[in-house]
Design a protein around this ligand. Structure first.
Ligand code: AMP
Ligand code: MG
Length: 353
């Protein structure tokens, strides 16, 4: 079993001259939401913002984790009938429902019982038997969640939710709002595979985000130059176990109950930072997180079709099992390929060639 550590080439930088003059660099590294996280901010307000960001992530984990017995999500999963979850969880559940519908169910927070059956909640891994999976998939699907007014939610019997595919992205949106409120103009946030960079680096250049080579933990398939944006990666290599020579990872296909075998081994979804006026959680960080998970399940063809539909504004980098790296044309010069990994690079444009 390997635990994921965010694939970012933006190693903590010494503060640039301007940033030093304005109050310098402040950074926190910590473990939350089952992954390693770091928040680094520059300039005036940075210290306060970093502390508040960490407190906010702890707060979100205590509300959204389903392994914390006292979280809102655990209460919802354990209870029956209609329950009041509060406006925050309620809005997260509605956006999750929207993304589930948009991706034809590839993203689905009701996979919770399946994630548990494979042992990903407890780290006691096992391949469940087919009968068990057949029964569990009958409780999966957005139609088993009922959202009412006044933050009321009810789940059908035996349906449970798991926000693991969206919570870190949501947290990155919330951290963005905290950085904005504290006047921070330059920052780098890595919440596991969820990266948010605010503005540019203190020296004025774009941040450089390494997209990990799924087949080589020390290598990158490319480097993304990013200014004020989110880049979220989902990959089977981030968490898995092996049994009888076969690898089973943590991204579940809601239709089969099995770890998705779509031909993709990594998906990165990229979107701009949220507009200043509408800086909100949930925002683009949440969207990138949901879609990176969903597109991994959907596979190359459906992912490209979904991107081409243009319903949501994002760019993506797909790495396929057969050694190709597909980059949407909106990333243009921002993506630098790393030769040496043996990959073939292709650009995906809006209309099929
Ligand atoms: P990510 O790393 O964002 O791709 O999310 C993976 C996590 O999301 C897993 O550890 C599960 O908790 C959850 N998950 C797995 N499969 C799905 C799915 N198809 N839709 C929504 N969440 C999922
Ligand atoms: Mg995700």
């Amino acid at each position: 079993m390997r635990r994921f550590f965010a694939a970012a080439l933006c190693a903590v930088l010494a503060c640039g001259l301007t940033a030093c003059a304005q109050g310098g660099e402040h950074s926190a590294e910590f473990y939350a939401m089952d992954t390693t996280m770091s928040v680094t901010a520059y300039g005036n307000g940075a210290k306060n913002a970093v502390q508040k960001a960490q407190t906010e992530i702890d707060r979100l984990e205590s509300q959204l984790s389903r392994t914390r017995g006292d979280s809102v999500v655990s209460r919802l999963n354990a209870g029956s009938g209609s329950q009041t979850v509060g406006p925050e969880v309620s809005s997260l559940l509605s956006i999750a429902e929207e993304y589930s519908a948009a991706t034809s169910g590839a993203f689905d927070i009701t996979i919770a019982p399946l994630v548990s059956a494979w042992g990903f909640t407890t780290d006691h891994y096992q391949v469940p038997d087919q009968r068990e999976l057949d029964e569990l998939v009958t409780h999966v699907g957005s139609s088993h969640i009922h959202l009412g007014g006044e933050s009321e939610v009810s789940l059908d019997n035996d349906t449970q939710i798991d926000l693991g595919g969206i919570a870190k992205g949501y947290a990155s949106d919330c951290v963005e709002a905290i950085l904005a409120k504290n006047g921070v103009e330059s920052a780098k946030v890595e919440l596991g595979g969820n990266i948010y960079v605010r503005g540019s680096k203190p020296d004025g250049n774009a941040w450089r985000v390494g997209i990990q080579d799924p087949n080589n933990s020390d290598g990158f398939v490319g480097i993304l130059s990013l200014t004020d944006g989110f880049a979220v990666t989902s990959g089977g290599y981030q968490r898995y176990f092996e049994q009888d020579g076969k690898r089973y990872h943590h991204i579940i296909d809601p239709a089969t109950g099995y770890p998705a075998e779509s031909g993709l081994i990594s998906v990165t979804v990229v979107a701009p930072g949220n507009e200043e006026e509408t800086e909100s959680c949930p925002g683009h960080g949440t969207m990138c997180d949901a879609f990176s998970t969903a597109l991994f399940v959907m596979g190359e063809e459906k992912a490209v079709e979904f991107w081409r539909s243009g319903t949501y504004a994002f760019q993506m980098i797909l790495v396929t099992e057969d050694g190709r790296v597909l980059v949407t044309d909106g990333l243009g010069d921002e993506f630098e390929q790393e030769d040496g990994g043996g990959y073939a690079y292709e650009t995906i444009s809006r209309s099929p060639s």
